[in-house]
Design a protein around this ligand. Structure first.
Ligand SMILES: [Zn+2]
Length: 247
């Protein structure tokens, strides 16, 4: 008798518990917004400096957090998303989405989890940098996303060098990348082989095939791209990518 009642009750409770894990409250959103404001100031300052070193003109991206949707020159941006529009230089992100990444990262790592919210912004800033530099990815489409992770990594290395990183920030970044990585295309030995070939490829080469069911790379590939940027810097991330004609 008991189990008969327990089963439907469990079926009701489990999805509710899962739903609660995937929601954030206004305090959590406010906490991640505060972290993002600090990160925006840092990212702007560090990229302005990098562009100065490169001798390229820099324009500060407009960063917009949205709850439901936002209209950009590239169209309507909505859902659990973050997006950099090349037409008007905006970076838009769903405030609950990044707050949720921060909350999940905090739970998993036992820290404030702030890199869970900051990394998506740093990644989109990487796309803004690609646009501002006038890079032409038409012959290297597979590199657009991993180069953005790499550029974000180079900015995090700058933050580290300037003493901005807290203990746990790198573990948080790796965990958060695991949450947003694509599913692997193939698992097992073949999958590992593809990933190791790409990981050992010289800087500036174009991956023949990434092991991911999507454009961003699987969790391990995203972490590898992030570390490449941390280690070798912004210039290495976009090595071999030509400028757009007239760019
Ligand atoms: Zn991207």
């Amino acid at each position: 008798m008991r189990t008969r009642f327990l089963l439907p009750l469990a079926a009701l409770l489990v999805p509710a518990a899962l739903a609660a894990q995937n929601r954030v409250d206004s305090a959590q959103v406010a906490a991640s917004e505060a972290k993002i404001r600090v990160a925006i100031a840092f990212l702007d300052q560090t990229w302005a400096q990098t562009f100065k070193t490169l001798g390229r003109p820099y324009v500060t991206p407009r960063v917009v957090g949205y709850d439901d949707f936002v209209l950009t020159a590239c169209g309507r941006v909505s859902g659990m998303n973050a997006y950099a529009c090349s037409l008007d230089g905006t970076i838009s992100y769903n405030r609950s989405f990044v707050a949720l990444l921060m909350a999940k990262t905090a739970r998993a790592i036992g820290t404030d989890g702030d890199m869970g919210a900051i990394f998506p912004i740093a990644h989109e800033w990487g796309h803004a940098v690609q646009h501002l530099l006038g890079l032409d990815y038409s012959s290297a489409v597979d590199r657009v996303e991993s180069d953005a992770d790499c550029l974000a990594g180079s900015a995090v290395a700058e933050a580290d060098a300037e003493g901005y990183l807290q203990p746990g920030d790198l573990a948080e970044t790796e965990y958060a990348l695991g949450l947003v990585g694509d599913a692997p295309l193939v698992r097992g030995e073949w999958g590992k082989m593809i990933e190791s070939i790409n990981a050992q490829a010289p800087l500036g080469s174009v991956p023949v095939l990434t092991n991911a069911r999507g454009d961003h790379g699987n969790a391990r590939e995203r972490v590898a791209a992030f570390h490449r940027g941390m280690k070798s810097g912004a210039r290495s991330c976009v090595l071999g990518i030509p400028l757009r004609p007239g760019g």
